[in-house]
Design a protein around this ligand. Structure first.
Ligand SMILES: [Ca+2]
Ligand SMILES: [Ca+2]
Ligand SMILES: [Ca+2]
Length: 457
């Protein structure tokens, strides 16, 4: 590239970034403080009670949250959707798979409901599981209306991401209520982003359900929603090499620690079942801008912090495998609810909560304080956490994508590895060249901030 062409291109890039920055100046509110993660009662109860597999298409979804969501510009109004007490059947431009079933049609309701099969869409809500809904996503189930000027449902198909976004522009009474569901065909991921909410969503139900048995509830009649809240629903994939969805790494939690796996100390040996921290935690991420998993370019460094009310554990950086998995030892931690935060170099941090389960006797809870002596190498339970999508663009690794990152990219633009001007920090795509692909990734996330460090409690 000639110097002239390069400088012209950079001027264009600078202009484009400036325009984006201007857009963000008025919307600083999208970067909100940490919201206390919360797991709905139906979710936690179901997670403990359901004998379903803990990974794969027959498992419950897990939900993680972030505070930097942004609703896209959805221009295509579903005809007739400025309505009340109505459902609309829409043919999707993607095939979306939920709980192992694939769908090309979706039924959208004015009361903040979505289903691929049955959508009763009543204005009166219940907590989940809710009667009548099958293969349903309830991004903001409440007594909403859309029969006003500008009201309705708006959609966008993104061919690059192979995703379909569905946005509701509704009202609860006189309050504007605005939210968006994005379905990703390739990964099966479901994202829900909230724009405007009424009374922090304290009369809404938010979650997904297949039927009465597979249910993940984020919120029910609780003030847990706020503008910019991004929820990501994913089903934990089974770790690489696990032959079945109920493979040995995940199926042992409720059944295999018995008296035959007694600890070396005798304090709890007589209690069966008893309580023991999961021995390992298996995390999974998807790195943005990299080829689909499994792929060597998905092998990237990641650091993890786990924190409970009393314990903070910082794990040194390790590299995810080609499928985005990493494993840490948690056998030294007591069971309980932990906040987690992960950060990758060049990537914004993600956070959420994970429950390190103990095996619970129902009457007595004891923690085995030393490693059980077992002849079975995989006898101990493991915990899985689906962390989701890791957004890139953070060249200087300060957990926000700003003009500082753009400047690093601009200086290295057009250069490849071996070239003195090449700067690997700006190669987000991993092809050892800094080019328009990297710029587009940075542009996509410009103005975003990752999950903040976990605060002292
Ligand atoms: Ca209604
Ligand atoms: Ca940065
Ligand atoms: Ca690149």
């Amino acid at each position: 590239m000639t110097p002239y062409r390069r400088s012209t291109l950079l001027a264009l890039l600078t202009f484009a970034l400036g325009a984006i920055a201007a857009l963000f100046i008025g919307s600083a509110a999208i970067v909100l403080g940490a919201h206390q993660p919360r797991v709905g009662p139906g979710y936690s109860a179901n997670a403990l009670a359901t004998p379903a597999p803990t990974c794969g298409p027959e498992s419950n979804y897990t939900v993680t949250q972030a505070s930097f969501g942004r609703i896209g510009l959805n221009a295509d109004q579903v005809p007739g959707s400025a309505c009340d007490e109505c459902v609309l059947s829409v043919n999707m431009p993607i095939t979306f798979t939920m709980y192992g079933q694939s769908f090309t049609n979706v039924v959208l309701g004015d009361n903040g409901t979505l289903s691929f099969v049955a959508n009763p869409n009543p204005p009166g809500t219940t907590c989940l599981p809710a009667p009548g809904f099958t293969y349903a996503i309830l991004p903001y189930w409440d007594n909403l209306t859309m029969n006003f000027s500008g009201g309705g449902i708006y959609t966008t198909y993104d061919a690059n991401l192979n995703s379909f976004a569905i946005e509701w522009r509704a009202r609860k009474g006189s309050d504007p209520v605005n939210f968006e569901v994005t379905l990703y065909e390739t990964t099966g991921r479901i994202e829900v982003i909230f724009g405007s909410v009424s009374n922090s969503g304290d009369s809404a139900t938010v979650g997904v359900q297949r039927d009465a048995t597979l249910v993940t509830e984020f919120s029910c009649d609780a003030p847990s929603l706020f503008p910019g809240l991004l929820l990501t629903f994913t089903q934990p994939p089974c770790p690489t090499g696990t032959p079945t969805p109920a493979g040995s790494r995940t199926s042992t939690r409720t059944s295999t620690v018995t008296a035959t796996h007694s600890p070396t100390r005798t304090t709890t040996a007589t209690v069966t079942p008893t309580s023991i921290a999961a021995n390992v935690l298996v995390g999974h991420v998807t790195w943005q801008g990299r080829p689909a998993q499994p792929h060597p370019l998905q092998q990237l460094p990641i650091s993890l912090t786990l924190k409970s009310a009393t314990i903070e554990q910082n794990y040194p950086a390790q590299t995810t495998d080609a499928s985005g998995f990493f494993t840490v030892t948690t056998g030294n931690l007591p069971p309980g609810i932990y906040q987690y935060r992960v950060k990758g170099t060049k990537y914004l941090a993600n956070s959420g909560t994970v429950s390190l389960q103990g095996l619970y006797s129902g009457e007595h809870e004891h923690r085995i304080v030393s490693e059980p002596q077992s002849s079975e190498p995989n006898a101990l339970p493991s915990t899985q956490v689906e962390i989701g999508f890791m957004r890139t663009g953070d060249a200087n690794n300060d957990n926000t994508v700003t003009v500082a990152d753009f400047n690093i990219l601009a200086r290295a633009f057009g250069h490849a590895v071996g070239d003195p001007a090449y700067d690997d920090r700006a190669d987000f795509s991993g092809d050892q060249t800094v080019n328009i692909v990297d710029f587009n990734l940075l542009k996509l996330n410009f103005g975003m901030t990752g999950a903040p460090p976990i605060r002292p409690q």
